[in-house]
Design a protein around this ligand. Sequence first.
Ligand code: G3P
Length: 217
Amino acid sequence: MKFFIDTANLDQIKEAQAMGILDGVTTNPSLMAKEGITGEASILKHYVDICNLVDGDVSAEVISTDFEGMVREGEALAALHPQIVVKLPMIGDGVKACKYFSDKGIKTNVTLVFSAGQALLAAKAGATYMSPFIGRLDDISTDGLGLIAEIRLIYDNYGFDTQILAASVRHTMHIMDCAKIGADVMTGPLSAIKGLLKHPLTDIGLAKFLADYQKGN
Ligand code: G3P
């Protein structure tokens, strides 16, 4: 299972990278705005800064909603750095652009997926990654993890290569449930990743080992 961090915050990206468990980064226009990164030049520079911090794929989202605009923007993003993955919205022109980029060997991430039918279309268009937003489904009393399971079944039925990138992960249990279902990738906040570390018996056990060591020295 790949671990991506879902942020544009460079300190958090550095911290996850330093842990040695990071496989990539996802961003979106909201996450960029949250860090105060605005304006095309600053946003493009920020993508390059992120790529220079990590080894894996970095999703960079287009803001156009028409095919021509997505192609123009996506090509400029892909030219920024070899680690860039062009992130496209799950709309008709986004699917068309996904096919265009996959035919050219440029990696894609189809985002804002909320149904298995949308996931099927993304796979048919050759998406590298397809991002179902599980937290936002949970927010409206709909089973986000159930969607991951449904997509896993469909992709396995046909051997689609598209990777299920569980997105809108909000907490540690989301990560564990995605791992059990077999999501290929999860992207979440650093807090959810660090939550995996926690167990009181680890802390108690370590404190005892250190105390016993001190007694003998
Ligand atoms: O990866 C998608 C993510 O950025 C959306 O997360 O928490 O805004 O639903 P959230």
